[in-house]
Design a protein around this ligand. Structure first.
Ligand SMILES: Cc1cc2nc3c(=O)[nH]c(=O)nc-3n(C[C@H](O)[C@H](O)[C@H](O)COP(=O)(O)OP(=O)(O)OC[C@H]3O[C@@H](n4cnc5c(N)ncnc54)[C@H](O)[C@@H]3O)c2cc1C
Length: 417
């Protein structure tokens, strides 16, 4: 790519805008194209967590070092989480440090998407919404998920409950994954993640909401909308090919175990921009800075796929025991995410069986974690309370309540108006 040529970026999400901002600040002409009508529209008010345990460096320090203004979006810090065991015991995981930050995704001005977008525009980036471009015509591919490896469904509601976070390991309510409750300043989210493909998946959300209603009786939940989306987990042979950089979820750069992806999205966007500016080698940096964590998460996911509530309970106990010993709950969870020799070996052994080739990936050697099949134990009858919650939502939907995610296809969320 010649120095003066405009740079075309496909996708105005976190990774695309991060790359665009760095490039524009360096004086390059940058055009970002997005098929939706705004950045963050894919998420529509969803709360997401920026974990702060997997790496020694704080992500917000990294953002500042890369030149981003972190006061441009709202981030709520937490040092404690209710850890909900599969047998419904609730303990608290805590740390003297910031354990994670909750940000909102979407089109409201305080969301991380809009905060980064403002910085991109200020740097001179030209963003073209509702713009369809070809992958071949772009230098940075940042368009989020293509395939589906897992899904998450959530309900956003008004509440008068104080700020609170709950994280639940329960294989019935969240097959192969976890559910969570997030409450920030009068707005709550109850979400369940499905790492196994299900029929009638709404029953998992209804039952999860029923569970939280029973165990957090002061929620006083007034539903607003339902949100969610799919996650695409891939390992790529090449992250840069034919002059194109694959960043964020388009490059599969996410945590396979639990789906954390925002940090790697921004990070990979920054690295791609630096390569274009001649400051680093993207392929090399992705391999040294990000892939050890991605590979570890593949090994973790493989292990998770093999266990159920019995092992989840043992994990919760081990976490709490370690926290008591060290006085810091972040150490145990941090170790789970950090690369080790054993996890590297496990990755090598299991990844050929766990990942499937994507023949449509323009020869980049993409291998995807398939959406796994349901297990026999995933078939159960909704409780009466969950059925009522489903009916309550149907009534709200009929009255105009929005669902930003109807099925497993990304295109389902894109209006062609
Ligand atoms: C329900 C849910 C909950 C999640 N929770 C967390 C969490 O708590 N913590 C965490 O770290 N991560 C979480 N993730 C993952 C995280 O959202 C992603 O890893 C991250 O957003 C990826 O950033 P990206 O820039 O690759 O994609 P995005 O931020 O999704 O941006 C992609 C953009 O590309 C656009 N686009 C799509 N197709 C095209 C096309 N053909 N042409 C042009 N533009 C296109 C889209 O409209 C979108 O604006 C969650 C994901 C989901 C679905």
């Amino acid at each position: 790519m010649a120095d003066g040529e405009p740079i075309q970026i496909m996708g105005a999400g976190l990774s695309g805008l991060a790359a665009a901002t760095i490039l524009a600040k360096a004086g390059r002409e940058v055009h970002v194209h997005d098929i939706r009508d705004d950045s963050g529209a894919r998420f529509d008010g969803d709360f997401q967590a920026l974990e702060n345990w997997s790496m020694d460096v704080d992500f917000f320090d990294q953002l500042v070092e890369w030149g981003f203004d972190i006061s441009e979006f709202k981030a709520t810090e937490f040092q404690v989480v209710d850890l909900i065991h599969p047998d419904d015991e609730i303990t608290q995981a805590k740390s003297p440090k910031v354990s994670y930050r909750i940000v909102e995704r979407g089109t409201s001005s305080h969301t991380i998407d809009q905060g980064i977008k403002r910085q991109a525009l200020e740097a001179g980036v030209k963003i073209h919404y509702k713009s369809r471009v070809k992958e071949e015509d772009c230098q940075v591919i940042a368009c989020g998920p293509k395939g589906t490896s897992a899904v998450a469904y959530g309900e956003i509601f008004h509440t008068d409950h104080p700020n609170h976070i709950g994280f639940q390991l329960n294989d019935k309510l969240a097959p192969g994954a976890y559910s969570y409750l997030i409450i920030i300043d009068g707005v709550g989210l109850i979400c369940t993640c499905l790492w196994r493909k299900q029929k009638k998946s709404e029953r998992f959300l209804n039952e999860t909401i029923a569970w939280y209603e029973n165990h957090y009786p002061n929620l006083n939940r007034k539903p607003i909308k339902r949100v969610g989306g799919k996650g695409d987990f891939t390992i790529n042979r090449n992250y840069k090919q034919d002059g194109r950089y694959y960043v964020g979820e388009s490059g599969g750069l996410q945590d396979f175990m639990w789906g954390f992806g925002m940090r790697m999205a921004v990070w990979s966007g920054v690295l791609a921009a630096k390569d274009i500016l001649g400051e680093c080698d993207y392929e090399q940096e992705v391999r040294t800075q990000l892939m050890p964590y991605v590979r570890t998460s593949v090994a973790n996911r493989w292990l998770m796929n093999r266990v159920g509530d019995g092992m989840f309970k043992r994990m919760c106990r081990a976490w709490m025991k370690d926290q008591k010993k060290r006085g810091d709950g972040l150490v145990w969870i941090g170790k789970l995410f950090k690369p080790t020799f054993a996890k590297r070996i496990l990755y090598r052994l299991v990844s050929p069986f766990m990942l499937e080739k994507d023949s449509k990936a323009m020869g980049r050697g993409v291998r995807r974690m398939p959406f796994r099949k349901a297990k026999k134990r995933d078939v159960w009858q909704q409780s009466k309370q969950a059925e009522e919650i489903g009916k309550q939502w149907d009534a709200i939907r009929r009255g105009g309540g929005k669902t930003s995610f109807q099925d497993d296809s990304d295109s389902a969320t894109i209006s062609d108006k």
